[in-house]
Write a protein of this length. Structure first.
Length: 245
């Protein structure tokens, strides 16, 4: 598990910094507090997760504007939950692939405040490598599930056991999960997946760049933002391949 945890860290780690620019220009639609953003972490472990759920995405976070109007993402990541800048969050995704969804019926001001409060109350919580809905630790989709349930009273995503999840997805790599759980898959453990949240009827898609091609937002918006942070000494590259020269 130690080797897997290190791999997880390498795939997820990014420095949370304020964005150097408040606006995303024409790259993204107008955003609102509480919007969800889905990305694909290219780590081999998370590719197994995507294979299990038969979907492209492997990670999700909740968007909030900070006091300066810059967009931040509240997320449960390894080793603990935190805020990350939107630019760094998308830059961690393979080819910049991302999808942004919004609460179908809209969120009122009170619900948005409640969402932020619920998210902030869960910052600094360690990541759950066992993906249990009933653990005191968190993982990305559980973080979103709990925050939305507390703030709105509704469940975004589907609760299912590992038995139900793996039975519904015969392509799932059972060998991997046996190794991950030290030889014994916890069949009756409850979980909630990013895929069930992306497919939730409570949400609507407002931005879709989940295709295989490189998202132009990487070159046209994210790269300049991150490179400006680096030049000012306030940021770092979120992953290899994003060059500023």
């Amino acid at each position: 598990m130690g080797v897997l945890a290190v791999a997880l860290w390498l795939g997820q780690a990014a420095v949370a910094r304020p964005m150097a620019q408040a606006s995303t220009g024409r790259m993204l639609p107008p955003l609102e507090d509480g919007d969800l953003i889905f990305i694909r972490i290219s780590n081999p472990i998370f590719r197994r997760v995507a294979q299990t759920t038969d979907s492209w995405e492997t990670h999700v976070g909740i968007l909030f504007a900070d006091a300066q109007g810059n967009w931040q993402v509240a997320e449960s990541t390894f080793p603990f939950s935190k805020f990350s800048s939107l630019a760094h969050f998308i830059a961690r995704s393979a080819h910049g692939r991302c999808c942004i969804t919004r609460y179908q019926s809209g969120l009122n001001a009170e619900q948005k405040v409640a969402l932020r409060r619920a998210a902030e109350a869960r910052l600094g919580v360690f990541y759950d490598l066992g993906f249990s809905l009933d653990s005191t630790r968190l993982y990305c989709s559980k973080f979103v599930f709990e925050v939305y349930q507390e703030a709105t009273g509704h469940q975004v995503g589907k609760i299912e056991t590992f038995r139900q999840l793996l039975a519904a997805n015969p392509q799932a790599p059972l060998g991997f999960w046996r190794v991950w759980f030290w030889g014994r898959i916890p069949w009756d453990r409850r979980c909630v997946t990013t895929t069930s949240e992306l497919k939730s009827t409570l949400l609507k898609t407002i931005f879709d760049a989940c295709g295989e091609d490189r998202n132009p937002i990487i070159n046209e918006w994210i790269r300049p933002v991150i490179c400006e942070e680096i030049s000012q000494g306030t940021g770092s590259r979120p992953k290899p391949g994003l060059d500023c020269e």
